[in-house]
Design a protein around this ligand. Sequence first.
Ligand code: C2E
Ligand code: MG
Ligand code: MG
Length: 532
Amino acid sequence: MSGAKAAGGRLVDGLALDVIGSIPVALVAVDGTGTPVWWNDEAETLLGDLTDSDMAAISARAAADPGPIHLRTAVGIGPAGSPMTWVVATEGASEEVLEAFAHQALHDHLTGLPNRLLLNDRIQQALSRAGRSGASVAVTFLDLDHFKLINDTQGHAAGDALLRAVAERLSAAIRETDTVARFGGDEFVVVCEDVTGPDEAMDLVERLRRALVAPFHLQGEDVYVSASLGVALGGAADTAEGLLRDADAAMYQAKVEGRARAEIFDDAIRTRVARRRDIERALRRALDEQQLSVVYQPIVSLDAGWIVGAEALVRWRHPDEGVILPGEFIPVAEETGLVGPIGELVLDEACRQLSRWRTEVPHVPLFMSVNVSARELRGHIVDTVMCTAARHGVQPSSLALEITEGVLMDDVGRCLATLQELKRIGVQIAIDDFGVGYSSLGYLKRFPIDIIKVDRAFISGLGTDANDAAIVSAIAAIARALRVSVIAEGVETPDQLYALRRISCQQAQGFHFARPMPPAEFTALLHAGPRW
Ligand code: C2E
Ligand code: MG
Ligand code: MG
């Protein structure tokens, strides 16, 4: 029965309950002892309050009602994974109406693909079949790269059209027996049965990836889209949740490795996932136990040859593991929201230090550059910066906030508004790691940028690689034309410094001048007043 099937899938989380809770059919979930544990508003209207009732009471109420109430039951799995019975009560609804409701409850409205509820059911069924045949089930998680950009630049109608087109292409790329489902947002999941092993799984994934290569025609424009994919293989001993989680972890790895690629869940990813979990747990303690500190790396003016600024870089002294670098824990902090308090700590510390240097070394007017993450930019950063600067008696104009390009791409509208606010209070905006992201030049025009920090990938080849010299020189020229200053990152050799001076790059930073150092050492360096 279709109505019963609607409830037959394993529920992923509360979200699934929301979905079925809102359908206009009365639904009751009954646990193993016959006690109703959950019901929707429709059920309450039709059958009354079900607190402290049981199946017999429900049947009696249905029978007593003068209207034609039918009860149908189906065995299913409840939110906590425990077996339960779903009762569907209908008031004279026809089979067609029920059919339509069931379809609605199990399919995504935009693409018509199976939704999470049905997907879980399909995986579960595939796994039990795999138990009999001995073959594997491949679950592939597919996430479009930079989908938000389409929504932001071309509008939501274009975004919807793209999702529908992607759904069509994926559906055309799979075998009859496979399932493609919309998991949410720009995420799709493909389930393939009878997969012999990792090689075949990767072939299937490659087919999906290739299906998206040709441009999509949106509002008269050709749009190129790529996706990051993660695949996990499972058998009878696995669960739908477990496989989805592993496929998601593999997909995340594909994003980390640079997007537009596929990864298969393996021991290396398993270890990484465990490591991230450990880091997350330890990081919460690190904040409480003040294991985080800030080091500073000098920024040098190439015209003057002396220190004009400092970049604040966070350090974590782990009680057992020693120093852990931000590259390892900032991404975890981003995901868990811990980057908020970490960012506030770094900003506070950096402002305190800047104010100390203003009194201790007044003849060196420094600016302080602080890295901010995407998540911070979405929070109350403007207020935080204003309050922190005021607390330490620091002018916002002596602060620069460093943002990476990827951040700007992810939410153009919101970023623009926040950056304009920051600019209004006098803070300088720097684009960090410039050149390794996407369509960089467009952002210079669009966002109120004061400083470009050229990624060290381009600096390393200066003096040896003619292409790098050409790129950096072009960036410097464009920056000059736009009245934006340039800081070269990662300068390690005298040759690189020489090349930068030849192309009139204004500022630089790197191990050639000094490594990031604790504040006391930086103070000593300022007093010594080195020249380069
Ligand atoms: P970034 O902002 O691009 O910082 C520069 C990184 O390059 C620093 O690594 C620095 O130690 C390193 N570096 C500087 N000069 C050289 C050089 O000559 N050669 C080489 N090979 N490396 C050099 P670090 O401190 O490990 O930071 C890594 C990244 O972590 C930073 O990249 C930044 O994106 C992020 N980060 C650091 N501190 C914070 C923070 O407080 N908040 C946030 N959100 N991110 C931070
Ligand atoms: Mg930086
Ligand atoms: Mg950088």
